[in-house]
Design a binder for this molecule. Structure first.
Ligand SMILES: [Zn+2]
Ligand SMILES: [Zn+2]
Length: 314
């Protein structure tokens, strides 16, 4: 009996969809390599690179990034399945089984009535809005250990876009996709946007000094997102939007000082693990230490909002 069977729902559609999502993710590896070549060539021009002294091949965390590049696309479809099962089990206790099936299986949510192209627009904007707020939540004390993994990159480059803790990915993009499908967006759109998500993530992490001029207030670009990887007082608690920087303008978290470029990246916890397996395990330990009220001084502890990223100096 599989986990999905345990929910006693007809989840054939769901399994097919999650399988397709996994296959699509794996099919992105050649794409990812192509993008790598493209951004590498661009950043070779000293007048184009944001940090010319930090090319990706001199990145001390390259081995860790490589682990994420290969492990996460393989692991994530299973993790997503588990999350959907968990959500369905929770939903079953509050709504009837038929309602859940209606919601998930037949795209009968309110957005399902819109034409395909309109659903695509709503998906792109809506998922970005949801991801903006989820990203902000991941900067809060409880969730920070999982998100710190992404911020632990000391050299930010296209390789950094894969450095995400599975919990962060699940409750970030995974949860957002679930919400959008539940609202009626066609799963075909979610699948079609997988390459867009990949390109967008590689683009904002690329080592380029492109500020995008006045477009910086609309679209997240390399300099915009590189500030987000900086120290908390230098943009590290700003610029949360994945694709559309206007969310940050709208919610007062936009940060791009005129005439300056970000230089410093990483977390302010010297004991945060640098290796892949440490980064997968330690956030769980830190999370449980925080929820149980315990301190973990040796590993540093973020302060409560609004400055969750500053490590307690005690
Ligand atoms: Zn962040
Ligand atoms: Zn990033």
């Amino acid at each position: 009996m599989t986990l999905l069977d345990m929910t006693s729902l007809d989840t054939t559609w769901l399994v097919t969809f999650l399988g397709a999502l996994g296959t699509k993710a794996l099919a992105q590896i050649p794409w990812a390599l192509g993008l790598a070549a493209f951004f590498t060539i661009l950043s070779l021009f000293p007048n184009q690179a944001c940090n010319p002294n930090k090319p990706w091949w001199r990145n001390p965390g390259l081995l860790t990034d490589t682990h994420y590049l290969f492990f996460i696309p393989i692991f994530m479809p299973y993790a997503r399945t588990l999350m959907v099962v968990a959500l369905v089990v929770v939903l079953q206790s509050v709504v009837s089984q038929d309602n859940i099936l209606d919601l998930l299986n037949k795209s009968s949510g309110p957005l399902g009535k819109l034409p395909f192209w309109a659903q695509a627009v709503v998906y792109v904007l809506g998922s970005d809005f949801i991801l903006y707020w989820i990203h902000r939540r991941f900067h809060s004390m409880h969730l920070w250990p999982f998100h710190a993994v992404h911020h632990s990159a000391e050299h930010v480059d296209w390789t950094t876009s894969y450095r995400n803790h599975p919990v962060n990915s699940l409750f970030g993009i995974g949860f957002t996709q679930f919400i959008m499908i539940a609202l009626g967006v066609s799963p075909a759109i979610v699948l079609a946007m997988v390459p867009f998500d990949l390109v967008s993530a590689a683009w904002v992490h690329s080592n380029l000094n492109w500020t995008l001029g006045p477009l910086k207030y609309v679209i997240a670009g390399p300099v915009f997102h590189r500030w987000h990887h900086g120290p908390p007082d230098l943009g590290g608690e700003k610029n949360f939007a994945p694709t559309f920087s206007f969310w940050d303008v709208l919610f007062g978290t936009f940060y791009m000082p005129e005439g300056k470029l970000p230089e410093e990246y990483g977390v302010d916890d010297p004991n945060f693990p640098k290796d892949f397996f440490g980064q997968i395990i330690v956030p769980f330990r830190q999370f449980f230490a925080i929820v149980s009220g315990g301190k973990h001084k040796a590993e540093g502890q973020p302060l409560p909002e609004p400055q969750p990223r500053s490590v307690a100096a005690e």
